[in-house]
Ligand binder design. Structure first.
Ligand code: HEC
Ligand code: HEC
Ligand code: HEC
Ligand code: HEC
Ligand code: HEC
Ligand code: HEC
Length: 270
């Protein structure tokens, strides 16, 4: 019964399913650029280069939940409206990049400062690097990715396996800023049956998601209901548009083109 599946895949590929990586039709990014966000609301007016934020460098260290729930970063590029003053006051990037906090016993370099005139601009350009000749972290990414089991798309990294193997140890709280989140146990794995006959069911794991996302990143905003049998009704098209599963998949979590990673349950033969 894989006919529908194959048909859809072929049709989508035919109309250029490069949209599966980014939501809009564009060339597939390099693995190291998957999840890269260019933050460009205020820098240019202040004659600074725009800011480059790489998810791979950060999600290897911290949970999505810490940044997107506790620190309040929006789940959409440029929607937070981060100001230099926020950072120098210890919010947003400045919650970590304050020259005091450390990660793995290394001091984290500090973000924007009010004393622009006397600032060490080499630090500024570590973030304000868009369009400058700052070298991309190509080798750093290659060395990092080499340790992980591979996947074909997205960052080319199997993040799930990597975490399970202990290659990433996720920090879920920051002293003084974010309170440690309570660990709720999510429900057992569920299968979601698509509204098209013959499409393989989707296997959804609360365990696998909880590790990275906690609970509050999905409930109530992305998936309003936590009641059995009160699940949201949505379609694959809405997911492609960036809603529901597509709030993360296709942007930071693995892309839409990996149909079988979600549509994972073999179709029963009748
Ligand atoms: C260190 C903090 C940090 C971590 C950890 C983090 N993010 Fe983000 N994320 C950001 C920032 C900053 C932005 C950009 C917000 C803005 O521009 O206003 C962002 C943007 C996003 C976007 C929107 C991207 C776009 O192109 O529109 C998605 C989706 C997202 N993050 C998902 C995730 C997921 C899933 C994880 C965990 C696997 C994660 N983030 C981990 C800080 C973080
Ligand atoms: C939860 C903590 C945390 C937050 C929030 C955070 N970062 Fe980071 N970031 C880190 C750590 C830790 C490193 C690694 C630092 C090191 O290796 O010296 C890092 C590394 C980086 C690097 C790599 C720089 C280089 O030269 O290697 C950039 C760029 C960066 N962060 C930008 C940002 C921006 C922009 C924001 C806000 C939009 C942000 N970060 C928010 C913790 C954070
Ligand atoms: C850890 C990352 C990071 C570092 C390092 C950093 N900035 Fe920023 N800065 C940001 C982000 C994110 C924004 C928001 C960018 C945007 O929307 O265009 C920003 C915005 C700015 C702005 C725009 C004006 C405004 O009111 O927001 C100025 C000016 C600025 N930074 C100055 C500096 C200076 C000077 C340095 C070096 C001393 C520096 N920044 C280092 C992340 C950083
Ligand atoms: C990545 C998104 C995501 C995360 C993170 C997440 N959930 Fe869910 N949750 C779902 C989806 C999808 C459903 C199915 C209902 C729907 O479609 O609206 C669901 C359903 C539920 C339900 C009702 C269904 C049932 O079987 O009982 C409960 C209770 C629930 N979640 C609790 C949690 C808890 C507790 C956590 C944190 C450990 C959590 N969720 C984290 C996406 C998520
Ligand atoms: C809040 C962000 C978010 C949302 C919403 C979300 N996911 Fe995920 N999902 C992740 C992250 C992060 C991972 C870890 C793997 C990665 O980043 O590529 C993941 C992993 C998975 C995996 C595990 C693949 C494996 O190799 O075991 C499956 C399957 C999956 N998601 C399906 C779904 C489905 C189906 C939905 C919607 C019902 C959904 N996800 C909604 C963030 C999200
Ligand atoms: C991130 C997880 C995820 C990925 C990746 C994914 N799907 Fe889906 N898909 C879903 C979920 C969840 C539903 C169920 C929506 C519902 O009916 O409740 C679904 C439903 C469908 C349906 C049923 C019709 C509809 O609109 O609901 C079709 C057909 C489909 N997907 C095709 C695909 C194809 C083809 C790909 C690869 C290009 C793909 N899907 C990739 C999660 C995913």
């Amino acid at each position: 019964m894989k006919k529908w599946f194959v048909f859809f895949l072929a049709a989508l590929l035919a109309c250029g399913l490069s949209l599966a990586q980014g939501g809009v039709k564009k060339a597939r990014p390099l693995p190291r650029n998957y999840g890269k966000v260019i933050i460009q609301n205020f820098s240019e007016q202040a004659r600074m280069a725009s800011v480059v934020f790489d998810h791979w460098q950060h999600r290897a260290k911290y949970t999505c939940r810490l940044c997107h729930v506790d620190l309040g970063f929006a789940m959409s590029a440029n929607a937070t409206g981060i100001r230099a003053a926020d950072n120098s006051n210890g919010d947003y990037c400045g919650a970590c990049h304050n020259g005091k906090n450390s990660y793995d016993s290394r001091r984290i370099f500090s973000a924007c400062t009010k004393q622009v005139a006397t600032a060490d601009t080499t630090t500024c350009t570590r973030c304000h690097s868009q369009g400058t000749n700052a070298p991309p972290a190509t080798q750093e990414f290659a060395d990092f990715a080499a340790k992980f089991p591979k996947k074909r798309f997205g960052n080319g990294i199997d993040w799930i396996e990597g975490e399970a193997m202990g290659l990433v140890k996720l920090v879920d709280s920051l002293e003084g800023v974010a309170s440690k989140s309570k660990l709720f146990k999510g429900p057992a794995d569920t299968t979601i049956t698509p509204q098209v006959m013959g499409m393989p069911d989707i296997v959804f794991s609360h365990d696998k998601h909880g590790v990275w996302n906690g609970c509050e990143l999905c409930h109530p905003e992305v998936f309003p209901s936590v009641q059995k049998d009160k699940s949201a009704v949505y379609s694959m098209n809405e997911i492609f548009e960036g809603k529901y599963c597509g709030a993360c998949h296709g942007k930071v979590a693995f892309p839409m083109i990996e149909c079988q990673r979600c549509h994972a349950k073999p179709v029963a033969q009748q």
